[in-house]
Write a protein that binds this ligand. Structure first.
Ligand SMILES: C[S@@+](CC[C@H](N)C(=O)[O-])C[C@H]1O[C@@H](n2cnc3c(N)ncnc32)[C@H](O)[C@@H]1O
Length: 258
């Protein structure tokens, strides 16, 4: 019975997340992280305060690939080299895939995985317009990657894993597909302090990258339990978004090695 209701909760979360990002891809709403809640809740986009891209980087990728949905710049910290195979978890319109593609060159390749059809369409259209023949986009959930074991040199992900109801299968899958010595670099939202149940249960805030954000230490624990070593927090920035007197949310960029 309990297992059944957990699954219902998880499918409700997935549906809310998919609907939000499909609407963003179709241009019906602009931001992932504003809420319709009035008054005392400060309302703004997490992403625009957390992205680390510079104008030179953005000039190299197709217009429309950066929808302002990230919370860091994982490609900058991922030690990408020519010839590598890179996997982007939750690739959206493709921004980080295209940035990674410039690093790995024609001898390398980049695979973006996303579950939202409208995002995949946008990303594929961006790849065509930008002439990115070394980038492909696959439809899947990041909890079950359509990628062979031990074939990937680097994994990147930008503001996605907080949206997964259970982070354990995500990091277990990441570990499975990486080559030995391969590394994952993730920018994501984490929480600190006792986040109220009213936030944790709010589907709107799940899609808005707050409700599903794990406590930072627990998040690092899940990465460790998946088998990763040399886990380091490279960057960290606290947000005002949904902040309370003794709790809040930050973006972190974390690197870990298989
Ligand atoms: C906040 S956006 C970030 C997109 C991209 N990484 C960027 O920085 O622009 C989250 C993306 O992750 C995708 N996503 C969320 N949960 C997912 C899951 N469990 N499996 C696959 N994709 C997921 C959404 O469809 C959406 O495109």
């Amino acid at each position: 019975m309990q297992e059944e209701s957990k699954q219902t909760d998880e499918s409700k979360i997935k549906k809310a997340v998919e609907e939000r990002y499909a609407a963003i891809a179709r241009g019906e709403i602009k931001s992932c992280c504003t809420t319709s809640k009035p008054a005392s809740n400060k309302v703004y986009n997490i992403a625009t305060e957390g992205q680390g891209y510079n104008q030179n980087q953005l000039a190299e990728i197709p217009e429309g690939a950066n929808l302002g949905l990230g919370c860091g710049d994982p490609t900058a910290e991922a030690d990408l080299q020519p010839g590598q195979t890179v996997l982007d978890l939750g690739s959206g319109a493709g921004v980080d895939c295209f940035l990674a593609a410039r690093h790995v060159g024609q001898a390398g390749r980049v695979i973006g995985v996303d579950m939202t059809d409208a995002m995949l369409e946008k990303a594929r259209e961006n790849a065509r317009r930008g002439g990115f023949t070394n980038v492909e986009f696959r439809k899947a959930e990041i909890e079950k990657l359509p990628v062979e074991s031990g074939t990937v040199d680097r994994i990147i992900s930008n503001c996605v894993i907080n949206l997964a109801p259970d982070k354990r299968p995500v990091f277990a899958e990441a570990y499975r597909v990486l080559k030995a010595g391969g590394a994952i670099t993730v920018s994501d939202i984490v929480s600190f302090g006792p986040v109220p149940e009213s936030i944790r249960a709010d589907l709107n805030l799940w899609a808005g990258c707050a409700a599903g954000a794990m406590d930072k230490e627990d998040y690092l624990g899940v990465i460790r339990q998946a088998g990763f070593s040399r886990i380091s927090v490279i960057k960290e920035m606290a947000y005002d978004y949904q902040r309370g007197p003794d709790y809040g949310f930050s973006s972190v960029t974390v690197r870990a090695v298989k």
